[in-house]
Design a protein around this ligand. Structure first.
Ligand SMILES: Nc1nc2c(c(=O)[nH]1)N[C@H]1C(S)=C(S)[C@@H](COP(=O)(O)OP(=O)(O)OC[C@H]3O[C@@H](n4cnc5c(=O)[nH]c(N)nc54)[C@H](O)[C@@H]3O)O[C@H]1N2
Ligand SMILES: Nc1nc2c(c(=O)[nH]1)N[C@H]1C(S)=C(S)[C@@H](COP(=O)(O)OP(=O)(O)OC[C@H]3O[C@@H](n4cnc5c(=O)[nH]c(N)nc54)[C@H](O)[C@@H]3O)O[C@H]1N2
Ligand code: SF4
Ligand SMILES: [Mo]
Length: 864
C-alpha cells in the first residue's frame, strides 16, 4: 500500500503511520512497517485515527468573542493586547501556556518569542504536569536531560521493571514489544503499581505498593543489591561522583522487612524482586506518571537512577533507566527548552547560556531567569498579576490540578487567547480570542518520541476553512509585535534548520543534544527526512555531561507516611483509560473508541464499598478539599483498600460528572514543580437516583441534558447520553427534536419510552426506567442509520430474537464481552490466539489482548 508517511497523533511511543486519503476528509490509516518505533503495529487509538479527521466540532475561523473575525483582525488584536500589556506592566505580566502536542517547529518559535523577544520566561507547558520530575531527575544525576534508553534495549533486556506505568494501556506498542521479548527470550516482567492494572495482570510479579513509597522501595533494593555484591564499585570509582556520606547508614531501616512494611507488600514478593534484580545485569526500569506525578517525584526519579548508576546498569545494551514520555512531542518540547525553567536546546539560564542564545537569536530582550511553572502561573493569573495569557494545544481547565481554581483564574484574566483545533473546550469558553489551528493530518513538522527518535509528521489533508499551523500563527503575531526579520519564516523547514543550528552553536560537545548534520539540509531533505535517533547510546563511554564528566548519586529519603485525615480518609489516584486521550477532543469523536469505557468510573475496593454502602453500578460523589464530582461506581478487587481511582478524560462537554481535574490539590514537587496528581486526600459517598435512562439522537443534542448524571458518547450517525436523576423525568422530553412522536409512558411503573421519527427515519429515542432495567442500546443506535426505522422501536429491539454483546472489548472488530465469554465457555477456548481464531478479537491492533488474557484467567478460575 502506498501512503503518506507520518507519525501518530497520540502517545510518546511515536509510531509511524501510513495515511492514504480516500476522500475529502477521509483516509485509511495503517502502521508504517519501516518505522523503527512500531514496525507496522498500531494500538487501538492509532488504528482509529481515521474516525477523528472529519470536521465535526472543529474551529474553522478566528473568533473574537462570539463573532467570526478575519485573520488580520484577530492577529492584530492579539499582538496589540500583548504589546500594550507589556508596555504598561512589563514582560512578566504576560504568559504562554503550551503543550507537548505542538510540533517542534511550533514549540521553537513560541519559546523564542517569549524568551528572546518579549523578555520573560513565562512560557510553561503541560509537560510540567507530565515530565518535569524526570527532567529534574536527569539533570541532577546526569547534568543534562538525557533519556539513556532506546527501544532496542527492551529487546535485549532480561528483566524489565515497570514502575508507576500502565504500559498496556498508555504505551501499548512498547508493551507489545515487551511481550514479544518475553516470548522470544523469556524476559521477566515486574510491575510496581498500587493498582492491579491489565499491565500488572500479566506480569511475572506485581508489587501493589502503598502509594508514594517508591523511594523506600528503591532504597531497599539498592541496600539489597549492595549486600548481594552487585554494586559496581569500579564503575562508581571511574564514572560517578558519590557525595560524602552517601553510603553511611544506608542499610538502616532499609532491610527487607522494614521495606516490606513501609511499602505494604509481602516480604516474600519483595525478596523475589530484589533477588531477580541482583541476578540480572540486563535490566531496564521503565517509569512514568506513578513516579513523576508525586510531591516527591524528583526524588523518586533519582531513587531509580541511583540504583542504575550504582550497579553500572546504564549505557549498555539492555540496561538502562527509561522515562517513557506521554505526549507525541514531549521530548521535542524539552529539546527546544519549552519549560519555564529551561532556556533552549538543553541549556538553562546560566549567564553564559543566556548570552549565547541571545547572540544566536540576535535577541533584543533575553529573559535572564526562569519563569513561572504551571501551578504558579495559574495562581498568578488568579491574583491578577498575569494580564494576558495565550494557551496553545492544551486544555488546562480540565487537566490542571484544582481545575476549579484555574477556571476562576481564566475567567478573571483580562485577555485570554486560545489556539485549538476544536471550537468549544472547557478552556476556550474563557477565551477572548480563539485561533483555529491546523490539526493532525493537516500540519507538517517534526516530533521526538520517548527514545529520542525524531520523525516527521506530514500533512495528508488540505487545511480546512481558515485553519493555520501553530508555527504560522505564532510568527504572525511576533511579526505584528515588531519582530519581522527574526520571525520571517515561510515554512517549518526553515525553523527546523535554525533549531538544529542552535543545538550545535558554540557546542564543544558539552551539550549532548546536538543535530549539526541537519542544519545544512535543504527543503527537499526535510521533506524526505527518515526517522533518526539523536544521541546514539548515551553514556556508553562512561562520560556524563557534567563539568567533571561524572554522573551523580543523589541522596534521597522516603517521606514519612502520614495517617489518613479523619475528614478525608481515602486517597484518590487518577489516570488514563485505554481508548481515550486526555480531554477526549479527538478520541471522543470515535464511536468505536467510546465503547471500551463509556462512562467515568470511580474504582473502589469491595471492603470500602461494603463499609460505605457503595453499589457497583450506582453513583457516588468523590470530594476533596478542592471540589467534588459524581462518578459511576465500579467495585473492583484490583484496587487497594482505602484508595480510589478516577479517569482524567471527561469534561463539561461530555458529562455532568467525572470531573477529575477539580479534585487534586494545586501542590507540586518542590524541585520540579510537577503536581502530585496520584494521591489526594478524598472521601466518597453514594448518591441515590430515582430513575435511569438514555437518549440517542442523530447528530448532536441541542444542549447537555440538565439532569444529575448525563454522560455522552459518539455513536455511528449520532450521539448517545446515559442519564440518571431525581424528580420528574418528563422534563427530559424537552431534549428531543421535533418530529413524529411514538411513545409508551407508564406513570405507575415509571417507564418512559419515546421515539421521534423524521420522514420515517429515527431521529431520537428516549428511554427512562425506575427499576433500572433498560434494553441494550446497540440495536436502537443501529436504527439511526436505517432509512426506515423498524416498527418495534419502543420495544427497543428487533422483531424476533436478540443477542446482547455486552460492553465492547475488541474495538477493531467490535467484539463484545458477552460474545467472548460465551465463546470461551462453549468452545472451550484456552488462549488468546484461540479467541482470535474464533472471533477475530485481538488480531488487529492487539490493545485488547491483555483484557482477553484476563477473561481467560477468570474463566478458568470460575471453572475450577
Ligand atoms: N490511552 C491513553 N494513553 C496515553 C494517554 C492517554 O490519555 N490515554 N496519555 C499519554 C500521556 S500524556 C502520558 S503522560 C502517559 C501516562 O502513562 P502512565 O504513566 O502509564 O499512566 P497513568 O494512568 O497516568 O498512571 C500510571 C500508573 O501509576 C500508578 N501509580 C499511582 N500512584 C503510584 C505510586 O505511588 N507509585 C507507583 N509505582 N505507581 C503509582 C497508577 O495506579 C497508574 O496505574 O500516557 C500516554 N498515553
Ligand atoms: N488528575 C490528573 N490530571 C492530569 C494528569 C493525571 O494523570 N491526573 N495527567 C497530566 C498529563 S501527564 C498531561 S500530558 C495533561 C494533558 O492535558 P491536556 O494537554 O490539557 O489535554 P488534551 O486534551 O490533550 O489537550 C490538548 C488540546 O489541544 C488541542 N489540539 C490538538 N491538536 C492541536 C494542534 O495541533 N494545535 C493546537 N493549537 N491545538 C491542538 C486539543 O483539541 C485539546 O483541546 O494532563 C495532566 N493532568
Ligand atoms: S502506541 Fe498507539 S497511541 Fe501511541 S503512538 Fe503508537 S499507535 Fe499512537
Ligand atoms: Mo502526559
Amino acid at each position: 500500500m502506498t501512503g503518506i508517511r507520518t507519525t501518530c497523533a497520540y502517545c510518546g511511543v511515536g509510531c509511524g503511520i501510513l495515511a492514504t486519503p480516500t476522500g475529502a476528509r477521509t483516509a485509511t490509516i495503517a502502521g508504517d512497517p519501516d518505522h523503527p518505533a512500531n514496525r507496522g503495529r498500531l494500538c487501538s487509538k492509532g488504528t482509529h485515527l481515521g474516525e477523528t479527521i472529519g470536521l465535526d466540532q472543529r474551529l474553522l475561523t478566528p473568533m473574537i468573542g462570539r463573532r467570526r473575525a478575519s485573520w488580520d483582525k484577530a492577529l492584530d488584536l492579539v499582538a496589540k493586547r500583548f504589546r500594550d500589556t507589556i508596555a504598561q506592566h512589563g514582560p512578566n505580566s504576560v504568559a504562554f501556556y503550551v503543550s507537548g502536542q505542538l510540533l517542534t517547529e511550533d514549540y521553537y518559535v513560541a519559546n523564542k518569542l517569549m524568551k528572546g523577544f518579549i523578555g520573560s520566561a513565562n512560557i510553561d507547558t503541560n509537560s510540567r504536569l507530565c515530565m518535569s520530575s524526570a527532567v529534574a531527575g536527569h539533570v541532577r544525576a546526569f547534568g543534562e536531560d538525557i533519556v539513556p534508553a532506546r527501544y532496542e534495549d527492551l529487546d535485549a533486556a532480561d528483566l524489565i521493571v515497570l514502575v508507576g506505568s500502565n504500559t498496556a494501556w498508555c504505551h501499548p506498542i512498547v508493551y507489545q514489544r515487551i511481550q514479544a521479548a518475553r516470548a522470544a527470550r523469556g524476559t521477566t516482567l515486574v510491575v510496581i503499581d498500587p493498582r492491579r492494572t491489565e499491565t500488572a495482570d500479566e506480569a511475572d510479579l506485581h508489587l501493589a505498593i502503598r502509594p508514594g513509597t517508591d523511594v523506600a522501595l528503591m532504597h531497599g533494593l539498592l541496600a539489597w543489591a549492595r549486600a548481594a555484591g552487585v554494586v559496581d564499585d569500579a564503575f562508581l570509582a571511574a564514572h560517578v561522583a558519590t557525595p560524602a556520606g552517601f553510603w553511611d547508614g544506608f542499610e538502616e531501616g532499609s532491610d527487607l522487612w522494614s521495606t516490606a512494611r513501609t511499602c505494604d507488600v509481602a516480604p516474600d514478593d519483595l525478596r523475589r524482586f530484589f533477588d531477580l534484580f541482583a541476578a540480572t545485569p540486563r535490566t531496564v526500569t521503565i517509569f512514568s506518571q506513578g513516579v513523576n506525578q508525586s510531591l516527591a517525584g524528583t526524588d523518586q526519579v533519582n531513587a531509580i537512577l541511583n540504583v542504575h548508576l550504582a550497579t553500572g546498569r546504564i549505557g549498555k545494551p539492555g540496561a538502562a533507566p527509561f522515562s517513557i514520555t506521554g505526549q507525541p512531542n514531549a521530548m521535542g518540547g524539552r529539546e527546544v527548552g519549552g519549560l519555564a525553567t529551561t532556556l533552549a536546546a538543553h541549556m538553562d539560564f546560566a549567564p553564559d547560556n543566556v548570552a549565547r542564545v541571545g547572540r544566536f537569536w540576535a535577541a533584543p530582550n533575553m529573559a535572564t531567569r526562569p519563569g513561572l511553572k504551571a501551578i504558579d502561573l495559574f495562581r498568578e493569573l488568579g491574583h491578577g498579576r498575569i494580564k494576558a495569557l495565550w494557551v496553545m494545544a492544551t486544555n488546562p481547565a480540565v487537566s490542571m490540578p484544582d481545575a476549579g481554581g484555574v477556571r476562576e483564574a481564566l475567567a478573571r484574566c483580562p485577555f485570554v487567547v486560545v489556539s485549538d483545533v476544536i471550537a468549544d473546550t472547557d478552556t476556550s469558553v474563557h477565551a477572548h480570542v480563539r485561533l483555529p489551528a491546523a490539526a493532525w493530518g493537516e500540519k507538517d513538522g517534526t516530533v521526538t518520541n520517548s527514545d529520542r527518535t525524531i520523525s516527521r509528521q506530514r500533512a495528508f489533508l488540505p487545511l480546512p476553512g481558515d485553519a493555520r499551523p501553530d508555527w504560522w500563527i505564532v510568527t504572525q503575531v511576533a511579526r505584528r509585535m515588531g519582530w519581522k526579520t527574526a520571525f520571517a519564516y515561510d515554512r517549518p523547514a526553515e525553523i527546523w534548520r535554525e533549531h538544529c543550528r542552535l543545538s550545535a552553536y558554540e557546542n564543544d560537545g558539552s551539550r549532548l543534544f546536538a543535530l549539526p548534520g541537519h542544519a545544512a539540509g535543504g527543503n527537499a531533505a526535510y521533506d524526505a527526512m527518515q526517522p533518526f535517533r539523536w544521541g546514539g547510546t548515551p553514556f556508553a563511554d562512561g562520560r556524563f555531561p557534567t563539568p567533571d564528566g561524572r554522573a551523580r548519586l543523589v541522596p534521597v529519603t522516603q517521606k514519612p507516611l502520614v495517617a489518613p485525615l479523619a475528614e478525608w480518609p481515602m486517597t484518590l489516584n487518577t489516570g488514563r483509560y485505554r481508548d481515550q486521550w486526555h480531554s477526549m477532543t479527538r478520541t471522543g469523536l470515535s464511536p468505536r473508541l467510546a465503547r471500551h469505557r463509556e462512562e467515568p468510573l470511580v474504582e473502589v475496593h469491595p471492603d470500602d464499598a461494603a463499609r460505605l454502602a457503595l453499589q457497583d453500578g450506582g453513583l457516588a460523589r468523590v470530594a476533596t478539599a478542592q471540589g467534588d464530582s459524581l462518578f459511576r461506581v465500579a467495585v473492583v478487587a484490583t484496587q487497594r483498600a482505602g484508595e480510589l481511582f478516577t479517569p482524567i478524560h471527561w469534561t463539561d462537554r461530555t458529562a455532568t460528572g467525572g470531573r477529575t481535574g477539580l479534585l487534586p490539590r494545586p501542590l507540586a514537587d518542590p524541585i520540579s514543580g510537577q503536581p502530585g496528581f496520584k494521591s489526594t486526600p478524598a472521601r466518597i459517598a453514594p448518591v441515590a437516583t430515582a430513575w435511569r435512562g438514555f437518549v440517542i439522537v442523530a447528530g448532536e443534542l441541542a444542549a447537555r441534558p440538565a439532569c444529575l448524571w448525563a454522560t455522552r458518547i459518539a455513536v455511528p450517525c449520532g450521539t448517545a447520553w446515559d442519564l440518571a436523576g431525581n424528580g420528574d423525568a418528563a422534563r427530559l422530553d424537552a431534549l428531543l427534536p421535533a418530529g413524529e412522536r411514538l411513545e409508551a409512558i407508564d406513570g405507575a411503573r415509571g417507564t418512559r419510552r419515546i421515539a421521534i421519527l423524521q420522514h420515517g427515519r429515527l431521529a431520537a429515542a428516549l428511554f427512562v426506567t425506575r427499576d433500572g432495567k433498560l434494553p441494550p442500546r446497540d440495536w436502537l443506535v443501529a436504527q439511526l442509520a436505517e432509512a426506515q426505522a423498524a416498527p418495534t422501536l419502543l420495544a427497543g429491539r428487533a422483531p424476533g430474537k436478540q443477542v446482547d454483546r455486552g460492553p465492547i472489548v475488541c474495538a477493531c472488530f467490535d467484539v463484545g464481552l458477552a460474545t467472548i465469554l460465551a465463546a470461551i465457555a462453549e468452545r472451550r477456548l484456552t488462549d488468546v490466539a484461540a479467541i482470535g481464531t474464533a472471533l477475530k478479537a485481538g488480531t488487529n491492533c492487539g490493545s485488547c489482548r491483555p483484557a482477553l488474557a484476563k477473561l481467560l484467567q477468570e474463566g478458568s478460575t470460575h471453572a475450577a
